[in-house]
Design a binder for this molecule. Structure first.
Ligand SMILES: Cc1ncc(COP(=O)(O)O)c(C=O)c1O
Length: 413
């Protein structure tokens, strides 16, 4: 019989051995430590809006509490929230989903995890284009799947192409994860690019698409941008799980409320898993999400304009720094910066910068600028900087960053 383990002798499960804590959580921890030591740190690691949740959304939550909406809700969300999601999705992407094709969860993150848990058997492959959101590979591995990392290149603007997708698909492929607008790259697939990928997907009906569209409200340049993969090709409606939520668009990360639309069988499976894990997301957050999706949308428009200005500010400054090549983001609130040009350079203490981890450590220790190394996102040498922080911080951070980079000694020939 197993005895109760102490902290020192704790033996994790096989599942836990396959995964690691999120590197962005670790970076945030290091920033907190340095701040606690009294250092001025320009924190560009943040993965959430720096704005407060709009007042009318908070008021809806307070009203829900006062009205006694404080009990378990249906596993797939309150009827009012499902109705709000249905109308919102119809208005933004033009696709109609029935009640049985919608579910809600404690953040988009939980919905993605449950979707993978509901579908993956040992060895099933999940195609994850790099650079990717840090959580995907670990979520796949935790659920017994094999993460198939697909490289993307500057010449393809860091996007999946029909040819690369075709080459990556095998009989064991269960999912393609398609994140647009992307974290960390900020790339947004155009209507034409999505249509071309949809052709390949239709020829491979065994491949489901996990369309992570959590940043869909934060798009800067419009143009040929599609609101959703399924709006480009409605035939993919049941081959696609579209994941979205209120975290990023409405500055509601702490409310933990995400949702998904897709095949009724998959939605029902996710509901079964949710019924045995959290039962349902918070009733109060659900009431707040109804207000977010059905109320005035000025907040979204105004914050996107602010993000656009900050992006332009940061891009202009980064382009002036010798050795850095930023990928201009078309959406979300991150810039992914190519730092090949710094590799091999030496610090004034004689330390060689060999990896993007070395670069980020140098920027943190020397300039007090906190960014996250590209190796966390499966593409090196790069780093991700967030502009979900005030223009003043961005500007000071760019000054400090430029100074630190200019101090580096050239790479040895
Ligand atoms: C690409 C991507 N997908 C999903 C999420 C999850 O968002 P949430 O769980 O807050 O809805 C995040 C959050 O950082 C993200 O960056």
């Amino acid at each position: 019989m197993r005895t109760l383990e102490t902290a020192e002798s704790f033996t994790p499960s096989d599942v836990l051995r396959r995964i690691k804590p999120s590197p962005s959580t670790l970076a945030a921890q290091r920033v907190r430590e340095l701040k606690a030591e009294g250092r001025t740190i320009f924190d560009l690691t943040v993965g959430e809006p720096d704005f407060d949740t709009p007042e009318h959304i908070k008021a809806a939550a307070v009203e829900a509490i006062a009205a006694g909406e404080t009990k378990y809700t249906p596993v797939n969300g309150t009827p009012a929230l499902r109705e709000a999601i249905r109308n919102h999705v119809r208005a933004t992407s033009g696709v109609e989903y029935s009640d049985a094709e919608i579910t809600v969860g404690g953040g988009g993150k939980q919905v993605i995890f449950l979707a993978l848990m509901a579908t993956l058997n040992d060895g099933d492959e999940v195609i994850i284009p790099a650079p990717y959101w840090v959580s995907y590979p670990d979520m796949v591995r935790a659920n017994g799947g094999t993460a198939v990392i697909m490289e993307t290149s500057a010449s393809d603007r860091y996007k999946v192409t029909p040819a690369s997708l075709h080459a990556a698909i095998t009989p064991r492929t269960r999912w393609l994860i398609l994140n647009t607008p992307g974290n960390p790259s900020g790339v947004v697939y155009s209507r034409r690019e999505l249509a071309a990928l949809a052709d390949v997907l239709r020829q491979n009906p065994h491949v489901m698409v996990l369309a992570d569209e959590i940043y869909s409200a934060i798009v800067f340049d419009g143009g040929d941008t599609a609101p959703s993969l399924v709006s480009v090709d409605p035939d993919l409606k049941h081959q696609t799980l579209v994941v979205n939520g209120v975290s990023k668009a409405y500055a509601m990360t702490g409310w933990r409320l995400g949702y998904a639309t897709g095949h009724p069988g998959l939605i029902s499976a996710i509901n079964t898993l949710q019924s045995q894990t959290s039962s349902c997301p918070s009733s109060i957050s659900q009431a707040a999400a109804v207000a977010a999706l059905t109320g005035p949308q000025d907040f979204v428009r105004e914050t996107v304009a602010v993000y656009r200005d900050r992006r332009d500010l940061a891009l202009a400054r980064l382009r002036d720094i010798d050795g850095l090549v930023p990928i201009p983001p078309e959406g979300a609130f991150y810039i992914y910066v190519d730092c090949h040009g710094l590799i091999g350079r030496r610090t004034t203490e004689g330390r060689n910068l060999e990896t993007d981890q070395d670069v980020t450590l140098y920027l943190l220790e020397d300039a007090g600028v906190a960014v996250i190394q590209g190796s966390a996102y499966g593409q090196s040498p790069f780093f991700r900087m967030s502009f979900a922080t005030g223009a003043h911080t961005i500007s000071s951070a760019m000054d400090a960053l430029a100074q630190a980079v200019n101090k580096l000694e050239p790479a040895r020939p």
